[in-house]
Design a protein around this ligand. Structure first.
Ligand code: HEC
Length: 101
């Protein structure tokens, strides 16, 4: 988990400090996660149910942001769709947070 998981946060910081608007916002992502996701995916990305991905273990994160965004927006198996509840920007922010766990 160590160096491998830290890289995206470092890259994000670089992107934010150069002012690119589409980069995910970590703080907003954390708030969204705690409100809408932690009930299933667990506090700090450690889920208590084997059938639910634990992002702290990197579960399911070896996918493009675009694919994760689609799963979150449209729902997947037991996970509800968040379309209409979260904007694409909010979903990007939460993906940034997932990658930091
Ligand atoms: C009702 C419980 C529940 C909630 C709430 C929930 N999830 Fe999930 N999530 C799941 C389950 C179960 C899966 C595994 C689906 C499967 O079998 O592929 C999953 C899968 C995922 C995946 C992997 C998708 C893939 O393509 O492999 C991501 C990313 C994800 N959830 C993110 C989130 C985010 C972000 C939120 C909050 C906005 C959230 N989830 C809220 C239950 C939930």
């Amino acid at each position: 988990m160590g160096a491998q998981m830290k890289l995206p946060a470092v890259m994000l910081y670089a992107l934010l400090s150069t002012g690119l608007a589409h980069a995910g916002d970590m703080q907003s992502g954390r708030e969204t996660y705690e409100l809408h996701c932690s009930i299933c995916h667990g506090d700090n990305g450690v889920s208590v149910d084997m059938t639910i991905p634990s992002f702290a273990n990197g579960d399911r994160l070896f996918q493009m942001d675009q694919d994760l965004l689609r799963s979150i927006r449209e729902g997947k198996e037991l996970m509800p769709a968040f379309r209409g509840l979260l904007s694409d920007q909010e979903i990007r922010d939460v993906i940034t947070y997932l990658r930091s766990l």
